[in-house]
Write a new protein. Structure first.
Lengths: 424, 307
């Protein structure tokens, strides 16, 4: 009936943690809470060194509309506020909190979404610090308040990258909560229908969610194909609509939210719980791969320790999946958008000359010519990159994955985009 | 923590390599080599060996002279093999040596090596030989095969004696011609292997062969004869699918195939040249940069494609 986007690749189904129940990780003794974990403005700290904080207490906020507050994930004492790297490589002011081991919460109370007005729900979502949990971390209250009328809310449960199973487990273990969140989000964004999109390697999750399927909220199972979880391609596969270049999904009447975001919204509205924890798949070269429920700000080193330490030699720690994740150079904290921590051994590939096989062109879901972009970028012909629409690239990595000459195409493309941003 | 490696995503890659592609094409040519040895005698293996050896040695020396790294990635072996397969079975052994030298030194390395050449090295080498030693390169001698003697290629018989060789003989390859081009069956086996493993794009052979068949039919000729005769299968499956010298996009490849098909028909109908397929592909090679400049894939979220 539908369901194909251009290009893309079939990735190996490598998800060893798919069958592992979510485990709550023990409270960390130290957390590092970056004041920017989202797309948008950096928050101002609301606490000072030496101050006592409770779990769920707001410790950073911003007046900017495109931003989201951050909360203390544990109770304890603020040790310091200083710059620290986050998974994207950026350095942002971060609040270091030492645990008192008590986990004493602030008072929280939920509201009835049936009775509450749209504005009230939106402000609660903002106050809870909710951002897109699929990885991009776009503030949810902004996304749910589109400037145009939308008819469809798509809930993204594709999780197409190898190794990551955080959303999969969430759908299996919290289907009802997700559904409650979807209902709330539909009310807020004004969509008449919602589609929960799952890839066919997660049929068990489909069964769980089906129990709660309604007239207005449908489950759609799509063939597993990367990068279907990218909202542009998901919209195309489900609705045959194309988001205009430079535009956003609401331009075609759609809002896309991740399944974990739906659950976070339900938690925030029904229980008044701010976003202070999330599910992270810790996998790869660890002794005991796990799906962990982790407090935000927990350091990667603590996660690795929780999973029994390294099982074999590794020299790469990736925040996120193997296709789009970021390789880290030091110990960094889990932030709101961190769905996976992957330990692996790096492979050194020697870059060769392009043999013009055209594989990158065939797989590019955006319809770009990655080899041309890379060769222009290499020669610093960035205006040419612009002409070849380098700005449309989502950096999904399909091109570099299939390249027989092992050209780091995404790297050259990132370089060109960065140079263009600087010169703009 | 350990010393950590930082590199851009993606952190996993497909196992495919240039070597895998090159050697797969070489393997796909084995049936054609076997057919050639069967129909024209085991001596042709010596020609193939000389051609491959010259190609590899030439590439090694050329890369050393250019102070670049020599990699035996299989591409020189493939060029040597393809060149040998386009030669008549009786040429002296220095012919493949000179042809392979020209193909690698002038057509490939002088332009910058693998990935940078404009023309298909094997075909350009073949044309160089045909223009330099025309009498040697157009000698279709009487030969003693398992079941017969022939003196001319099927296309020459068609052109000058108005005789059509039976389909079955053409399909099996029991006819006069260059050592690797006569057996459509052997080439089809190799070609289908490459298509099924996605090493080559089916669009080029299909549009190329389809265009020749259709136009010949429209011109009142026997389309099946023209598809099976001459070097069309070898050219369409193994030469016109060379990545380096053909367009990047699917649409561009179709244009390439159709263009080459039209040219083959023109050469066969209106010229006495026996190298129709080779010239057609080389001419389209020259058009490849232009095709790539004009034909662009549709970018997601745009209505007009910018050129």
């Amino acid at each position: 009936m539908f369901r194909k986007f251009k290009g893309g690749i079939k990735l190996p189904h490598l998800k060893p943690t798919a069958g592992f129940t979510i485990e709550r990780m023990k409270l960390p003794s130290l957390v590092v809470v970056p004041l920017k974990q989202h797309i948008g403005a950096v928050c101002e700290p609301l606490v000072q060194k030496g101050e006592k904080v409770k779990t769920g207490q707001k410790i950073g906020d911003s007046h900017a509309n495109l931003s989201a507050p951050v909360h203390s994930p544990i109770s304890g004492v603020v040790k310091e506020v200083r710059m620290h790297p986050i998974p994207t490589g950026e350095e942002v002011p971060s609040i270091f909190i030492e645990s008192d081991g008590v986990d004493e919460w602030v008072e929280t109370s939920g509201i009835d979404p049936e009775k509450a007005g749209r504005e009230e729900i939106l402000s609660r979502i903002r106050e809870a610090g909710i951002v897109g949990l699929g990885g991009a971390a776009f503030p949810t209250h902004v996304k749910l308040n589109p400037p145009k009328k939308v008819d469809t809310l798509i809930i993204n449960g594709c999780e197409g990258e190898p190794f990551i199973t955080a959303d999969h487990r969430l759908m299996l273990e919290y289907p009802e909560r997700i559904m409650r969140g979807v209902e709330i989000m539909m009310k807020v964004c004004g969509a008449e229908r919602a589609i929960i999109a799952i890839e066919e390697d997660k049929r068990d999750a489909e069964q769980q969610l089906k129990k709660f399927e309604t007239e207005r909220i449908k489950i759609a199972v799509l063939p597993s194909r990367y990068p279907q979880g990218d909202e542009r391609h998901l919209i195309k596969a489900l609705l045959r609509r194309e988001v205009p270049a430079g535009g956003l999904p609401f331009d075609v009447g759609v809002v896309v939210q991740n399944v974990a975001t739906a659950k976070a919204v339900a938690d925030a509205i029904l229980d008044g719980k701010p976003l202070i924890e999330r599910i992270v798949t810790v996998t790869g070269a660890v002794r005991l791969p796990k799906n962990l429920l982790v407090r935000i700000g927990t350091l990667f080193s603590a996660l690795i320790e929780e999973c029994g330490g390294p099982a074999r030699e590794y020299d790469k720690i990736v925040a996120g999946g193997p296709m789009m994740g970021f390789a880290q150079w030091c110990d960094i904290p889990v932030i709101k958008g961190t769905n996976c921590v992957l330990l692996m051994k790096s492979v050194e590939d020697e870059e060769r000359d392009c043999i013009r096989c055209g594989r990158c062109v065939d797989v590019c879901p955006m319809g770009l010519e990655p080899t041309m972009l890379a060769s222009f970028s290499k020669k610093k012909m960035f205006d040419k990159c612009l002409e070849y629409r380098v700005t449309s690239c989502d950096e999904c990595g399909c091109c570099a994955y299939v390249c027989p000459s092992k050209i780091p195409l995404v790297q050259y493309i990132k370089l060109a985009k960065d140079a263009l941003r600087r010169s703009a | 923590m350990n010393k950590l490696v930082v590199s851009p995503s993606p952190h996993i890659k497909d196992s495919i390599t240039v070597e895998e592609i090159m050697y797969s094409v070489i393997i796909a040519l084995v049936p054609a080599v076997v057919a050639g040895a069967y129909f024209f005698g085991i001596e042709i293996l010596a020609m193939i060996a000389v051609s491959i050896l010259t190609a590899v040695v030439t590439e090694y020396v050329a890369m050393r002279l250019m102070k670049r790294k020599f990699r035996n990635d299989g591409s020189a072996i493939l060029t040597g093999l393809l060149l040998a397969l386009t030669l008549p079975p009786t040429v002296p052994l220095w012919i493949p040596a000179v042809g392979a030298f020209f193909a690698i030194a002038i057509v490939k390395c002088a332009f910058g090596g693998l990935g940078h050449n404009i023309f298909n090295p094997a075909l350009a080498g073949r044309i160089f030989l045909a223009l330099s030693w025309p009498s040697l390169m157009r000698k279709w001698p009487e030969w003693v095969g398992p079941d017969g003697i022939t003196t001319a290629t099927p296309l020459q018989l068609w052109k000058f004696q108005n005789t059509l060789t039976p389909y079955f003989k053409l399909f099996i390859g029991n006819v006069g011609g260059c050592i690797g081009e006569t057996s459509a069956l052997a080439l089809l086996i190799g070609g289908l292997f490459l298509i099924s493993r996605k090493y080559i794009d089916w669009k080029i052979p299909v549009s190329f062969i389809g265009t020749v068949g259709l136009l010949m039919f429209l011109l009142g000729q026997d389309p099946i004869f023209h598809i099976l005769a001459g070097g069309l299968f070898l050219g369409a499956f193994f030469m016109a699918t060379d990545y380096v010298t053909t367009p990047l996009t699917g649409k561009g490849r179709v244009i390439f195939g159709v263009g080459a098909g039209i040219l083959v028909v023109i050469f066969r109908m209106y010229s006495g040249m026996t190298e129709g397929v080779a010239f057609s592909i080389l001419i389209m090679n020259a058009f490849t940069p232009l095709i790539d400049k004009v034909i662009k894939p549709k970018v997601y979220g745009t209505t007009k494609v910018k050129t």
